[in-house]
Design a protein around this ligand. Structure first.
Ligand SMILES: *Cc1c(COP(=O)(O)O)cnc(C)c1O
Length: 374
């Protein structure tokens, strides 16, 4: 093919897509993998066998069927779905975030001042909020957290008044800072966003490791949360490979978003695995409990290292400031431990690395490697 033909062919791709980098997944072969908030525990052997039998018996020649509704019902029971709420499923929460952008992409017109719809979120935060907005042609506004990684209430309220966002995302706990927000500040933001006629999406991906859930407040005051959706996922729970996210909210809102969902977005393998996991949820609860205990152990160990500042975590990761993030990352990697260097993600994360909580053996290796890498 000549150079000219190549150039012509590139013109079919959007300019912004051409300038993008593909989501980079680090090669982790043979490494202690503490970079992606995965649950380090596999399924116990007896459960592996039982699950294998169930998956083998599925009708893989058929499209997914009504069994998907059994999963929705099981999840509703698992979370204690509030009265009047509905629950929809996504191929991971990532898909739900994309579907929200599609559903809320109201085209510019006189009614909205000829501006694209806006997604607003605190930053640093989960990258998919900005990415889904960009890909769908919505505007994204990030509002910096305070240096203590708390929500900047006045700045959030000012941004809501100025941009009138269609969606405000609040990850609770946040990624990568791993903290829960002050609930009084959250309540102000939720109220202001409701008053200007927009949605709030609470993202509780790390709920298995957190001391609080906002679902309790929603349940206590349903009228004040008629514009609030709440997402969770089985990824951090222990099934990152299965790809199963879910979103709850008032029936009428979920009904609109559900219209843009591809009809067979949850495969028969996904839903059967998820059902199986929920039937055995005590195994996963015990794992989450163990990871919370490990988190406390690592936190103390990190705190005792010179020049190292771990930040309090309500998730299965610990954001940690080190003297030199690149040196720490490279040193850990050279010693067979993979973490995430988030120091370039945002100025507030200067010299910060993000460490996923692993098994006690993995954490011990990580701590030894980190000490040698500082
Ligand atoms: C990991 C994570 C998710 C999970 O996405 P899945 O697509 O369900 O794996 C969602 N939100 C946040 C904030 C996360 O960190």
């Amino acid at each position: 093919m000549s150079g000219k033909e190549t150039t012509d062919l590139m013109q079919v791709f959007r300019q912004d897509v051409q300038s993008m980098h593909a989501y980079a997944i680090q090669d982790s072969t043979g490494m202690v993998k503490l970079d992606a908030m995965e649950n380090p525990f596999g399924l116990p052997l007896d459960l592996q066998e039982k699950l294998g039998q169930r998956l083998g018996a599925l009708a893989l020649n058929r499209y997914p069927d009504g069994r998907v509704n059994d999963l929705r019902a099981a999840l509703a029971a698992h979370v204690g779905l509030p009265e009047g709420f509905e629950l929809m499923l996504g191929n991971g929460s990532d898909e739900l975030i994309s579907l929200l952008a599609i559903a809320c992409d109201v085209p510019p017109s006189a009614a909205n001042g000829f501006k694209p719809a806006v997604v607003l979120a605190p930053v640093p935060g989960f990258v998919m909020y900005a990415m889904s907005a960009q890909l769908q042609g919505l505007a994204f506004h990030g509002v910096p957290l305070t240096p203590e990684f708390e929500l900047d209430g006045p700045a959030m309220l000012a941004a809501i008044a100025e941009h009138r966002p269609a969606i405000v995302y609040l990850a609770y706990p946040n990624n990568p800072t791993a903290n829960l927000w002050d609930e009084a500040v959250m309540a102000q933001i939720i109220q202001a966003q409701g008053e200007q006629g927009g949605l709030v999406v609470l993202d509780e991906a790390y709920q298995p490791f957190a001391s609080r859930t906002y679902l309790d407040r929603i349940r206590a005051q349903p009228q004040a949360h008629a514009h609030v959706l709440l997402m969770r996922t089985l990824s951090k729970f222990g099934l990152a490979g299965v790809r199963l996210g879910y979103m709850m909210g008032p029936k009428a809102l979920i009904a609109e978003i559900d219209k843009v969902r591809p009809p067979y977005n949850i495969s028969v393998l996904n839903y059967e695995c998820a059902l199986f996991a929920l039937e055995n949820s005590e195994v996963f609860s015990a794992q989450a409990l163990e990871l919370r205990a490990q988190r406390a152990t690592i936190f103390e160990a990190l705190q005792s290292l010179p020049g190292v500042t771990p930040f309090q975590s309500e998730a299965n990761m610990i954001l940690t400031r080190v003297p030199d993030a690149k040196k720490a990352f490279d040193g850990l990697k050279a010693r067979g431990v993979l973490i995430k260097n988030v120091s370039k993600m945002h100025p507030l994360l200067h010299n910060c690395i993000r460490i996923t909580v692993g098994t006690s053996e993995e954490n011990a290796k990580m701590l030894t490697a980190l000490k040698a890498s500082l």
